[in-house]
Design a protein around this ligand. Sequence first.
Ligand code: HEM
Length: 145
Amino acid sequence: MPLPELCTETEVAELVTTFYAKARDDAILGPVFERHVGDWSRPMPKMVAFWSTALCGSKSYRGNPMLLHRALPGLTHSMFEHWLDLFHEAASALSNRPMAERGGELAQRIAQSLRVDYQLQREPDRIPASPPRRAATPRSVPVSA
Ligand code: HEM
């Protein structure tokens, strides 16, 4: 359940900016974003709205990520895992630890739904691969006071 007191819009924007800077720079995911996102000023507010709705219940997001990802060609199980690795990295840089934990859990669950939907729509005859392996932000990440 989203929690209004979990984080501020500024913290959500920080998480989203850090994550997409990594994703755009990444050897595996960068080319996908390069192909499908020309002008980043369009999707960034959508992504901030998505995470502020998911984390804090702002209800500012309008859209359908499932349909949008279904339309992207060539996504693989390992790309979803890699996306999650980068998200956990970005979340681990946040000083707001409850937000980082919750963000990691939500990302995990949403990634799994997107991936299973993608596979069912694109390759309905294939047995789904097992879910991405991590459940939350790794415990080795230092927790600030
Ligand atoms: C294989 C992994 C993924 C890749 C390569 C990927 C790629 C993309 C791309 C290219 C777009 C922009 C599409 C467009 O504007 O036409 C996009 C949008 C978006 N992605 Fe992903 N994505 C991945 C996984 C995820 C996951 C796991 C989440 C959430 C946990 C997510 C959340 C979003 C959101 C919220 C948007 C914006 C939706 C909107 O404009 O309404 N993505 N993604």
